[in-house]
Design a protein around this ligand. Structure first.
Ligand SMILES: C[C@@H]1NC(=O)N[C@@H]1CCCCCC(=O)O
Length: 219
């Protein structure tokens, strides 16, 4: 079977995409790629965070370097104002060569409508571009917060992905934070698939237990 590409997006920045990506890397014995990283003047970046994680699980992921790294902790579109020599284009992004022997976790920057290129293409356009070019299965996971405010953010995000032609690629939602069964029930009422509920305060090794095996989703 071809190894899938799983794009991890979220309802916002700081909802736990990197935490969830780390869990998926270890749970599914996957490699990791962050195509665009911003904010490296003040932060090591998510690739370093994932590479430093030790889940106590026998897996050593390959961490592929970002295609673009920008200094300012802003959307890629706005961060380019401070580095005029950088010109992000959708055509610059290629799935890393040699990454096809394992699943690949691809982590976005911010949420689905984050502006990426000078002509206002967004993270969703990047997902669509990567999905179109693949012969590998391409799946999208939306990381959401568990608490108040998440219904609006999550339903908007899913609706946007569906309207952008990515409906068939949406694998489901991973809910991060203190358990909130009422919100999870509302997601289900709207037909969303809940892949896992994890809590950012748990250790990564413990939290991987809540995530089912990948094969369950790829039948
Ligand atoms: C600084 C962080 N670095 C990164 O790679 N993602 C964050 C940036 C998210 C941009 C969110 C823009 C917005 O939605 O307002």
């Amino acid at each position: 079977m071809q190894q899938p590409i799983i794009f991890v997006t979220g309802t916002d920045t700081d909802v736990g995409k990197t935490f969830v990506s780390t869990l998926l890397v270890y749970k599914w014995q996957a490699n990791y790629w962050k195509p665009v990283q911003t904010g490296i003047e003040s932060d090591d970046g998510d690739s370093v965070t994932v590479s430093k994680a030790e889940c106590g699980l026998p897996w050593k992921p390959e961490i592929y370097s970002p295609r673009y790294e920008l200094l300012k902790p802003l959307s890629p579109y706005k961060a380019m104002d401070y580095e005029p020599e950088v010109d992000i284009r959708l055509s610059d992004f290629e799935i890393p060569k040699g990454s096809d022997s394992s699943p690949l976790i691809v982590e976005g920057a911010g949420g689905v409508f984050v502006p990426l290129t000078r002509n206002l293409e967004t993270m969703t356009d990047l997902m669509r571009k990567l999905a179109e070019k693949q012969d590998r299965p391409f799946k999208i996971i939306v990381v959401t917060r568990s608490g108040l405010g998440t219904l609006n953010h999550t339903l908007l995000t899913i609706s946007h992905l569906q309207n952008a032609g990515l409906r068939e690629h949406i694998m489901g939602v991973i809910v991060n934070g203190e358990r909130n069964p009422d919100n999870v029930q509302v997601f289900k009422d709207y037909g969303l698939k809940i892949l896992a509920e994890v809590d950012k305060s748990e250790s990564a090794a413990a939290a991987t237990k809540f995530i089912p095996p990948l094969c369950q989703f790829l039948k």
